[in-house]
Design a protein around this ligand. Structure first.
Ligand code: UFG
Length: 327
């Protein structure tokens, strides 16, 4: 079986990707520093504890496992924090990724799948975002991811390192078997925070801003199920292995939901009220981010199968109630 180096394999999306890779007949080799990931989430292949700022550790992983490809998830990913501590994002995300990309090129590993973000587009109200939309990030997180995209393009030109870049919209849900799920410490994401509020683990969910230029005044996001998202990554890997060359794909469903709509749906799924308070806007938040792309469906044959809001919240709620990692 072929090895795939999965950076961030102990994190939320990376751990689901490892499960999908295993199911597709690959061996996912997790490379993770466990700063935001969980060793308990590494269930589907070998684990290397290492940091992307340590080039020697990356080289050693390439030497030991000879991966046929890299899936690069490891990153700091909190929009709010990136506005407070931008240096941490440039150091960890950009320098760490540069080390990884250089190591892949040096090892002759030519296929690279990269986890980018719709945050690279920035705030473009009333624009349908497709892969050719201009990228004007409004936070350091998005800027760091755009920089890594640029590095990948340069390394393709210089060394033939082929890449598939996925620009995600908002990832939600969990493995329906609850083997892995979303767990951040501290948690900043809407749905897990809301589920915590619903079952009393925190007092209330604060809605960040009710004066946006949207029908109900709250931000609109395009939510995609983590299992659908990682299925696209496996298709992207096969795309590269088939020699189809570098490509960028948006991963969203094209449907936007406001914060209030997510709250209402969560109350429906859990049959419990959602305690809320209304607060000011959070720095770095865009008004509306919705994918207008069908490229992944057309070219990769990607079909989101679980990405209704109801299914995402149902799976997140199941994980919330039954799944856990030892911390
Ligand atoms: N929100 C609240 N209250 C909270 C948390 C979030 O109202 O306690 C709101 C946010 O303001 C936003 C929406 O819920 O409007 C979603 O917020 P998340 O923090 O769940 O997600 P983000 O949209 O901020 O960020 C996510 C990923 C990023 C990615 C970004 C692109 O975490 O990696 O989507 O939009 F870049």
């Amino acid at each position: 079986m072929k090895n795939v180096l999965v950076t961030g394999g102990a994190g939320y999306i990376g751990s689901h990707a490892c499960k999908a890779l295993r199911a597709a007949g690959f061996v996912p080799v997790t490379f993770d520093n466990l700063v935001t990931g969980w060793q308990d989430a590494v269930k589907f292949g070998p684990f290397v504890k290492g940091d992307l700022l340590d080039r020697a550790a990356i080289d050693a992983a390439f030497a030991e496992y000879a991966p046929v490809a890299v899936m690069h998830f490891a990153a700091l990913s909190q929009v709010g924090e990136s506005m407070q501590r931008p240096g941490r994002y440039w150091q960890n995300n950009v320098i760490g990724s540069l080390n990884l990309i250089e190591a892949a090129a040096a090892a002759g590993c030519r296929d690279f799948v990269f986890s980018s973000t719709c945050a690279t587009y920035g705030d473009q109200d009333n624009v349908v975002l497709d892969e050719n939309s201009e990228q004007h990030p409004i936070n350091a997180y998005g800027a760091s991811k755009r920089a890594i995209e640029d590095i990948l393009r340069d390394f393709e030109a210089a060394y033939g390192l082929n890449h598939v870049i996925f620009r995600y919209f908002n990832v939600a849900g969990a493995d329906p078997e609850a083997e892995v799920g979303e767990f951040h410490q501290p948690e900043t994401h809407l749905i897990p925070l809301m589920l915590d509020a619903i079952d009393g683990k925190r007092e209330a969910l604060t809605i960040f801003g009710t004066d946006y230029d949207t029908p109900d005044g709250t931000c609109i996001r395009d939510y995609v199920h983590v299992c659908d998202l990682v299925d696209a990554h496996v298709l992207g890997l096969k795309w590269l292995q088939d020699g189809k060359g570098s490509r960028v794909f948006n991963l969203g469903t094209g449907s936007g939901f406001s914060v209030r709509e997510v709250i209402d749906q969560s109350a429906d799924v859990t049959k419990r009220p959602v305690p809320i308070t209304e607060g000011p806007r959070r720095a770095g938040d865009c008004t509306k981010l919705v994918s207008g792309s069908t490229r992944a469906e057309r070219e990769l044959g990607w079909r989101p199968a679980r990405s209704t809001l109801g299914e995402m919240i149902t799976d997140a709620w199941r994980w919330h109630q039954t799944g856990h990692y030892n911390i």
